[in-house]
Write a protein of this length. Structure first.
Length: 221
């Protein structure tokens, strides 16, 4: 079944015109993108199957999407391109000027960078004197269970950007956000260097499985 074969009142495009795009479900949004199903599988069923892949913690690859019967390479590429475009626009600094005053706000500002990552990544968010973001930077991407970054790189970027404060982030692909002893030692070292250089480490946040651990919230900074 194709979209044009649906009753008019059930067609996602008609519903957008009548109610606005916000009224559509995720499946209906995918129906607009896919436009048609395949033999033995209508566009709604195909959209439901694709959505299951997209709702996973890890972003599916092109080859994984192509394994869904009825989803050829062209449609799979369209889906991946749409996701990447949305992520880039949403993460654009011009679109996301907000003051970062809590660990939760910092987490919501940065957690999209870690979506689908299978390796540990270490980012820093650099803030101005009013705690508004200046820039964020990926400083290291490591293995599935370890990332290593030298403090020099963290503070060099802070001076380059004119930052007044730094929030560090890294992810645990396992989803377990409790810091390791190595995490704690490294954070303590960064805090000490920041005090000496009058460039404070405001927090270190570990991200995993849509959760986070804040050193500041847990009184470790």
């Amino acid at each position: 079944m194709r979209l044009k074969d649906l009753p008019k009142e059930e067609r996602p495009r008609e519903r957008v015109k009548q109610y606005g795009v916000e009224a559509l479900s995720n499946v209906e949004l995918l129906q607009i993108l896919l436009q048609s199903g395949t033999q033995g599988k209508d566009v709604k069923v195909l959209s439901e199957e694709v959505l299951l892949y997209l709702m996973r913690e890890e972003i599916p690859t092109l080859e994984e999407l192509k394994q869904i019967r009825g989803l050829g390479e062209a449609k799979a590429l369209s889906i991946l391109a749409t996701m990447e475009l949305g992520k880039r626009i949403f993460l654009s600094p011009e679109k996301r000027k907000e003051r970062i005053t809590t660990a939760r706000a910092a987490y919501h500002y940065m957690h999209h960078f870690f979506y689908g990552k299978k390796q540990e990544c270490f980012y820093c968010l650099y803030l101005d004197y009013q705690n508004y973001p200046i820039c964020s930077k990926l400083l290291f991407q490591g293995t599935s269970n370890k990332s290593t970054v030298h403090p020099r790189e963290i503070f060099k970027e802070a001076y380059r950007s004119g930052a007044y404060g730094i929030i560090c982030f890294h992810n645990h692909p396992s989803g377990f956000v409790e810091p390791s002893e190595e995490d704690r030692k490294f954070t303590k070292k960064l805090v000490e260097i920041g005090r000496l250089q009058n460039l404070p480490i405001l927090d270190h946040i570990i991200i995993g499985n849509q959760r986070y651990y804040s050193f500041k919230e847990n009184f470790e900074i």
